[in-house]
Design a protein around this ligand. Structure first.
Ligand code: F0G
Length: 427
């Protein structure tokens, strides 16, 4: 093949020219393969550092700053960007004390334009749709992908169709998809049903599919890692901990680290810990039992609706990522997720439930003696606090079945008198 970028099957290795395909003829997923030997001649820490704080499009985006490693085929005119990325890293005494880890940092992907990390993958994905001349884009979603796709499609004057499980996604996300102008299809079933329907519909109706089975989504989400390590002056932390649902991020992180090592951008590869919710844990079960196939879960259940997924499409890529980074998979309960969320929220940082799985996971891994209290840990916060206000309020009001709010901060109803104020605030 002459092109420096190809799509390759992760199972049988068959190669394809980039086009609107997502699966090989053998049905396995495709991935973008970059020519790292050739790229070595052009990319360097210095090149990426020279673009930091650039006001020039597209390099002012935390995705497109790494254009050569994200989507070298798309022209600057074809890029649809808001721009995304450039998210901050936080530390807080409360999170250190809660987890017991001295050097724990949170990279807040909820600071992306539509409030989640999804924008990082949707930008190159929709730019590819533009390059291919596609007019309609589609996805299935637990909420955040649909919000992101709806926004980016409208920016690019494309039509978007989003398939969401009826009554099962957080209101903040549903309202975004509606407001940004997507055609919202509420599917009678769960996320896995919506995912299966969108795959069939895209093939038959000629819509460009932008779930993370689309290899360009993974390419964009690699930039979380590129940017994070650049923020650390190219010295990776010991661990990167990420919530895991459909497993796009876990896959992207492994690919990013592997490429960075091949390109001499980093000297060591940090370990990835992927954290699932106990009630939606098929990847954890596969990893723990050393299975070579995924046993999907029919009825996944968790308060963290973003990761309520029983049949994650990218599990094979993710398993490879865990292996290449000497990583691991852990699970946490809804109680642990909501308590960790209350700590992240009351630190002034804030996140949606699924995001807090990373912090809950960090605490558990330290308690189990797997990570050391002196190691440097980065937890990825995947979504904004305002995405799912119901879960926050219901936690603090003790309205969540099976969850005891250890860190409840219940509003107090008072009469309109100074005495009542005094009594309520304890002065
Ligand atoms: N955190 C949040 C806030 C998410 O929205 C998702 C996935 C994940 C974590 C899990 O990431 O799938 O890469 O393992 N949300 C998808 C959606 C499925 O449709 O918005 P993953």
């Amino acid at each position: 093949m002459k092109q420096t970028v190809i799509l390759r099957c992760i199972d049988c290795g068959k190669e394809y020219e980039p086009s609107a395909i997502y699966r090989c003829s053998c049905n396995a997923l495709l991935e973008v393969v970059l020519d790292t030997e050739k790229l070595k001649e052009t990319v360097s820490r210095k090149l990426f550092d020279s673009r930091l704080w650039s006001r020039r499009e597209p390099y002012h985006s935390g995705v497109w700053r790494f254009k050569e490693l994200v989507h070298p085929l798309v022209s600057d005119e074809q890029i649809i960007s808001r721009p995304e990325g450039n998210t901050n890293i936080y530390k807080h005494k409360k999170i250190r004390e809660y987890t017991g880890i001295k050097d724990i940092l949170l990279k807040h992907e909820g600071e992306n334009p539509t409030g989640s990390f999804k924008d990082r993958g949707i930008s190159p994905g929709i730019s590819e749709a533009n390059r291919l001349g596609m007019k309609v884009v589609a996805c299935a979603s637990t909420g955040n992908t649909s919000a992101s796709l709806a926004a980016y499609a409208s920016i690019g004057s494309m039509k978007s169709v989003v398939f969401v499980p009826e009554g099962k996604i957080a209101m903040g996300k549903l309202s975004q998809a509606i407001a940004y102008g997507a055609r919202v299809l509420e599917v009678n079933g769960n996320f896995d049903d919506a995912m299966s329907l969108v795959q069939k519909s895209s093939n038959e109706l000629g819509m460009y599919l932008l779930n993370s089975i689309n290899p360009w989504r993974i390419e964009g989400q690699k930039s979380i890692i590129f940017e994070l390590i650049q923020q650390f002056d190219w010295k990776p932390p010991d661990w990167i901990i990420v919530p895991a649902g459909n497993l796009g991020n876990t896959s992207a992180f492994g690919k990013a680290l592997d490429e960075m090592k091949k390109l001499d951008l980093i000297e060591k590869i940090p370990r990835i810990a992927a954290i699932q919710a106990e009630g939606a844990n098929p990847f954890y079960e596969t990893w723990k039992n050393k299975r070579s196939e995924l046993k999907s879960l029919k009825n996944p259940e968790t308060i963290a609706s973003a990761i309520k997924i029983g049949n994650p499409v990218s599990w094979k890529k993710a398993l490879r990522a865990i292996k290449t980074t000497n990583g691991l998979v852990e699970q946490v309960s809804d109680q642990e997720i909501m308590d960790a969320k209350a700590i992240v929220d009351s630190s002034g940082i804030g996140c949606e439930p699924a995001s807090a799985a990373s912090v809950a996971g960090a605490k558990k891994l330290l308690e189990d003696g797997i990570i050391d209290r002196d190691e440097q840990i980065v937890c990825i916060i995947t979504g904004n606090l305002l995405k799912d206000t119901d879960s926050t309020i219901n936690y603090h009001l003790s309205n969540l079945k099976g969850i005891k709010p250890k860190y409840s901060n219940k509003p107090i109803v008072i009469e309109s008198t100074i005495e009542a104020v005094k009594e309520a605030i304890g002065l």
